[in-house]
Design a protein around this ligand. Structure first.
Ligand SMILES: CSC[C@@H](O)[C@@H](O)C(=O)COP(=O)(O)O
Length: 350
């Protein structure tokens, strides 16, 4: 059985509604719900029911269609103005992952080619479906490229969940692990639990286990010990936004992994599609970091683990400077220096 059967898809477009796998309930419940409006999709993105940079871009595309489909006007200019407002509402749902804005802008730009409102609505849906379908082959290629620098029998550390359920399929950082399994290789994964909302414990360890990839779970503060004692061959993480110079925003805690990997001379790889590269910003200093509700830190589910009214810091992402990154693995290839030059070249080839 391949990955196609083993891991449920996180997003399924069914005619006029989006079926979403509720990632907040995993791994104990595999539960889908239907989003039939833009607000349903926006809220699902905010609540992390759908999460992971490529997946929120895909979901937002369908969300935009659900929103514009309700616009009742025949004038194309008025339609575009209203569509823009809806697009901005979706983009505001989560500010750090650029795939959201990237998908929305791509769809909006294409809709400008329409001659009628109905045609514009159709283009918006078609482009959303195209982005969804393209993502699967992009992720597969990222996985193949990543696998070309790994070997059978190696041990890989990952953080958060940059897997199949965070994308159309395969994932980015987890794609080589899934593909290694299909090839009959044994690459063992180590997954950090990823506080505060446990994407590693709840999602990555579950997703890899579903596909029969050997996986060991550890808490975030065990990474130093792991790298010191367990002969880890590589660290692979995903990304939410990569600036022109290669600085990479990813799930909070990625930076400390990169610093530790650097100290222990373990290669530190970022796996991401070109849609995660934001050439409009030069460095990671310009990346807006989403700050989330303090309850994610003070509570685990319904259980309060900290004093009432305690001051809390809850940035959802941090930025790893490119000098700590051994290479960035994309669908176009692998780059380890002169990031901007290569990103621009790849962008022009697309
Ligand atoms: C292929 S997913 C890449 C990133 O989006 C992932 O590593 C990550 O940081 C996800 O954060 P999340 O807050 O769970 O959406």
């Amino acid at each position: 059985m391949t990955i196609v059967q083993r891991i449920p898809q996180s997003l399924i477009w069914e005619e006029e509604r989006l079926r979403i796998l509720d990632q907040t309930l995993l791994p104990t419940e595999i539960n889908y719900f239907y989003a039939t409006t833009l607000v349903n999709v926006r809220d699902a993105i905010k609540k992390l029911q759908v999460r992971g940079a490529p997946a929120i871009g895909i979901a937002a595309g369908y969300g935009l269609y659900l929103g514009v489909n309700e616009i009742d006007c025949a004038n194309l200019e008025d339609f575009h103005e209203k569509a823009r407002q809806l697009a901005d509402e979706l983009i505001r749902a989560r500010p750090t992952a650029v795939n959201l804005a990237w998908a929305i802008e791509r769809i909006i730009n294409n809709s400008k080619l329409a001659r009628t409102v109905n045609e514009a609505k159709l283009i918006i849906l078609e482009e959303a479906i195209k982005i969804h379908l393209e993502d699967e082959s992009i992720c597969k290629t990222i996985g193949e490229n990543a696998l070309s620098i790994l070997k059978d029998g190696q041990k890989v550390l990952t953080h958060c969940n940059a897997g199949s359920i965070a994308t159309s399929r395969y994932g980015t950082a987890l794609a080589p692990l899934h593909l290694a399994k299909e090839k009959g290789w044994t690459i063992s994964a180590y997954a950090t639990e990823t506080r505060p909302v446990f994407q590693g414990a709840r999602l990555t360890s579950w997703e890899l286990q579903q596909n029969g990839v050997p996986v060991t779970l550890l808490t975030d503060n065990m990474v130093g010990y792991l790298l010191q004692h367990h002969g880890i061959d590589a660290v692979i993480v995903g990304a939410d936004r990569i600036s022109a110079n290669g600085d990479t925003a990813n799930k909070i805690g990625t930076l400390q992994l990169a610093i530790l990997a650097n100290y222990y001379q373990v290669p530190f790889y970022v796996a991401a599609p070109l849609s995660t590269i934001d050439l409009s910003i030069e460095t990671g200093d310009e990346i807006v970091i989403e700050q989330r509700d303090s309850r994610e830190v003070t509570h685990i589910g319904e259980i309060q683990i900290a004093p009432t009214d305690i001051n809390v810091l809850n940035p959802a992402f941090d930025v790893t400077p490119s000098n700590l990154i051994t290479a960035i693995i994309t669908e176009k290839g692998i780059v380890s220096e002169n990031f901007k030059e290569t990103f621009v070249k790849w962008g022009n080839e697309n």
